[in-house]
Design a protein around this ligand. Structure first.
Ligand code: MD3
Ligand code: FE
Length: 213
């Protein structure tokens, strides 16, 4: 799918005052992103982490960058080491830094320097229940999210668990930037429907770039 037929600025949808969906912004980066993902998986394979409640997540994950998000029976935290290998996470690829900075700048957050990239893999049926992202040290930095592969429906709520939610379809190449007060909104992903993507097959990959440390 083409972001914009006329070579102009990609469509920018305002989801909330400081949350912007940049349709197709990642499309020109896809070949380099897929090559980077291959490298990351080689060092740090996808795995299903366990939540503090003792349940295995339906989403499989890995990380790159100085810090990686992890979960186990004891809680959620950012760690410099992959708990499975006790080795550092693979470095943040240049292409991800470039894309994150282009997206953040377009959304009004100049000078974004992420130090963590969580890579989520959704097979059909995988979902992410409504939650807030509260494990980072500094809420003033934005979060940049990149979607690849089969589509998903993103659910955006408010600052508390109850209340109205907005459903947002996310497609291959879409980028969302969250900052300011909207960074602490509840959000989740509905169970992903069975589908095939020409490049990624039956999976959705979501990369979330953050300043965690
Ligand atoms: C809205 N991932 O890893 S990314 C997560 O598609 C996570 O894998 C989802 O939520 C995914 O924590 C959604 C989009 C996202 C990320 C952070 C947010 C949306 C957000 C923070 C505040 C509000
Ligand atoms: Fe989240």
């Amino acid at each position: 799918m083409q972001a914009d037929l006329f070579g102009g600025t990609p469509a920018e949808l305002v989801l909330a005052p400081q949350a912007k969906l940049l349709k197709g912004l990642a499309l020109p980066y896809v070949p380099r992103l897929l090559a980077a993902l291959e490298q990351i998986q080689h060092t740090a394979p996808f795995r299903h982490m366990v939540t503090p409640g003792g349940q295995a997540m339906s989403v499989a994950l890995t990380n790159c960058g100085a810090l990686g998000w992890t979960s186990d029976r004891h809680g959620y935290r950012y760690s410099a080491l992959d708990p499975d290998t006790r080795q550092p996470w693979p470095p943040l690829p240049e292409v991800l830094l470039q894309l994150a900075q282009e997206a953040a700048t377009r959304a009004g957050f100049a000078n974004f320097v992420p130090d963590a990239c969580l890579v989520n893999r959704y097979r059909p049926g995988a979902r992410l229940s409504l939650h807030q992202d509260k494990d980072e040290r500094d809420y003033s930095a934005p979060i940049v999210s990149v979607s690849l592969g089969i589509p998903a429906t993103f659910v955006l709520g408010g600052l508390d668990r109850v209340g109205k939610t907005l459903r947002v379809p996310l497609a291959h190449g879409d980028v969302v930037v969250w900052g300011g007060a909207d960074r602490l909104r509840y959000h989740g992903v509905l169970p992903v429907a069975q589908a095939e993507h020409p490049l990624l097959g039956a999976q959705r990959i979501n990369l979330t770039l953050r300043k965690a440390g």
